[in-house]
Write a new protein. Sequence first.
Length: 143
Amino acid sequence: MNTRLQFAAHGEHRIEKLDNMLICRIRGAWNGEQAGLYLQDLANQIQHFFTPFSQRWARIMDMRQWELSTPQARDKVIDFLHWETTQHCQLRVFCHCSAVQKRLIRDKYAASTPLVLIDDLQQGVFFCQNLLRATSRKNAAGY
């Protein structure tokens, strides 16, 4: 008999749109159920704000209250990355990461869109704004 256990979601997330960036604030220890809720919310935001317009955008992760996750949560995020990239995600920025989180993030995102680790959320926003403006100027100039 093949039984799949269902668990309550552990962890929390909040997603805010700022210009052509999604700022994701995550907290707690995540399980697969929480990762699924977060990724569905993130996909809905992407499809609402960016996909219909083929708009280039960036995801900024505020990691200061995140406490790591289960392997099931990690696998769900890895499975999501390719789809996210096809939706014109130009950059993923992670802010306020511990040394352990940095190592895990580098491993998880090794084969995806460029990854940036920054100490401060405001620096992350500034970095993304500049990169996205530069990308827009290149596209407008035909490069």
